[in-house]
Design a protein around this ligand. Structure first.
Ligand code: HEC
Ligand code: HEC
Ligand code: HEC
Length: 125
């Protein structure tokens, strides 16, 4: 987590520099995401770190081509567990700068197109 934490700091510093700090990462409250209260992901963390994209892509094929839904690898599930809230209790998009699905991707220069269609915040029940 150390490298990721310093990435957050760096992102925060850079966005502050460009005057964006107040509208983005700064608003998400640390500890407000479900995953931050849990011990483990849908697989061990090291496995998720290495293989999460394989799991999601496999799940997409199952759902879109075979109509199979609701596995532990659903993209909606990732968003549900990993999204943080802001101080007013509103969800912050999981792919916003500095948020969970952006931290590493920003670092490896991946820009997920998935969220052009898929919801970036949990569905309110
Ligand atoms: C039920 C809650 C839950 C769901 C659903 C979930 N996760 Fe996780 N995830 C966690 C927890 C808890 C951790 C462990 C965090 C830690 O080790 O500090 C984690 C860790 C991770 C990590 C490793 C982060 C790191 O620090 O290296 C990745 C990547 C990840 N999840 C991606 C996903 C993806 C992609 C999905 C959807 C397929 C998903 N998660 C679904 C709870 C969840
Ligand atoms: C052009 C729109 C579009 C884009 C872009 C897109 N998807 Fe989807 N995706 C869909 C639709 C529509 C479904 C079917 C939803 C359903 O039937 O539940 C779907 C279903 C899924 C599912 C199964 C449902 C779930 O929540 O798990 C996964 C996984 C998935 N997509 C992953 C991805 C990933 C990963 C990307 C990016 C690499 C991506 N999608 C990009 C439209 C899109
Ligand atoms: C611990 C760092 C880390 C976290 C956190 C993380 N990712 Fe990733 N993700 C990566 C890396 C690294 C790659 C590139 C893997 C490769 O191409 O070899 C990647 C690639 C992907 C891809 C494939 C992109 C493509 O165009 O092929 C998807 C989809 C994806 N991640 C979804 C997610 C989602 C959804 C989340 C949040 C729930 C998430 N990731 C969180 C590190 C992370």
């Amino acid at each position: 987590m150390t490298r990721i934490s310093s990435m957050i700091l760096l992102t925060g510093a850079l966005s502050g520099l460009f005057g964006l700090g107040n509208v983005i990462a700064a608003e998400a409250v640390k500890g407000s995401a479900k995953y931050e209260k849990l011990e483990q992901c849908v697989e061990p963390t090291s496995v998720m770190r290495r293989n999460h994209f394989e799991f999601i892509k496999h799940q997409r094929n199952l759902t879109v081509h075979q109509g199979i839904r609701g596995s532990k690898y659903s993209l909606a599930g990732c968003v549900d567990c990993h999204a943080r809230k802001d101080a007013s209790g509103k969800y912050v998009p999981v792919n916003e700068e500095g948020q969970f699905c952006d931290e590493c991707h920003d670092y490896v220069a991946i820009d997920l197109k998935c969220f052009e269609c898929h919801a970036t915040v949990p569905r309110e029940k």
